[in-house]
Design a protein around this ligand. Sequence first.
Ligand SMILES: O=C(O)CCC(=O)C(=O)O
Length: 285
Amino acid sequence: MTSILTPAQRASFDRDGYILVRGFFDPEEAALLKRAMEADPAIRDNLYNRNDAKGATTKMVTWNHPGNSVYGMAVRSEKMVDTMEDLLGGEVYHYHSKLTAKDPLEGGAWEWHQDYGYWYHNGCMFPYMASAMAALDETNRDNGCLQVLKGSHHLGRIDHGLLDGDQVGADLNRVEQAEKQLETVYAEMAAGDVLFFHCNTLHRSDQNRSENRRWTMICCYNAARNNPYREHHHPRYTPLEKVANGAIKKAGLKFSDATHEGAFLKKAAAPAELTKKVGASFAQN
Ligand SMILES: O=C(O)CCC(=O)C(=O)O
C-alpha cells in the first residue's frame, strides 16, 4: 500500500476529521484534470444546478463509475485509493465523484452538512466513508473555499433535513452549538491540493463573490465492508481497479466514455427521508 500520508498526517485525520495534502496532484496532473473538465462535452451536457437559499447556483456533474478518462485515472490512482484505504482501514470502492463548479460572482453557498447525513439514508450502516476534494482552481475565502469544523466528525451523525433552496443541511441547533465549541477552518487550496475529509465532518462553503472561478472535483469512497444494504442512486460494492499513478499523465486529455463516467446522474437524488422541509423550524425545536 502506498498511502501518501505520514503517521502524523494519519493521526491528524483521526483527531481533526480532515487532512489537507498540498500538491497531491502535481501541476501537470492538475492542469490535465482541469482542462479535461473544461473541454469534455459530456461534462458540459450533464451539468445541473444546485441553488442555495438566495438563489445562487453551484453547477454540478455527478458520476458513479470511474472509467479510463483522466478523471477516472485520478480516482483509481494508487496514491488516491491507497490513501483512502489507509484512512478507512481496508479495501474501499468508488461511491461517486462530482464536479462542483462555482463560477465568478455566481457560485452558490453550501450550508453546514455531513455527507453521512445523506449517505446514512442510502443504506450505508457505518460511517466508514470519506471524500477527497481536489482543487482545480485556486480556492480561497473570496471564491468560496470549503470550510470544515475541526473535530466535528466526533459528534457522530447529526439529523439532516431540507433547508431553503435545494439544500439539505444539518440540524441548525446542533450546528450552532458545534460552531461555538469547534474551530472553523478555511481550506484554502492551490490547484492540485487535496482535502481528505471524514463523512461526519461538518462542512460548508460561501458564495463565490469574486471574479475568480472556483472549480473542485470531489471523489467519494465507501469501505468495501460497508456495502449498503439497499440499492439506491449510488453504487453498492463494486471492485475498484487501481491504476499506477503514472496513468493520470498517460491518459492525457482523455474524456469520459459512455459506459463509465458517461452514465452521469441527472441530479443528485435526495433520499425520501430528507425531503421534509424543516428550515427555520429546526432551530425552534
Ligand atoms: O463544493 C462545495 O463547496 C461543497 C460541496 C459539498 O459539500 C458536497 O458536494 O457535499
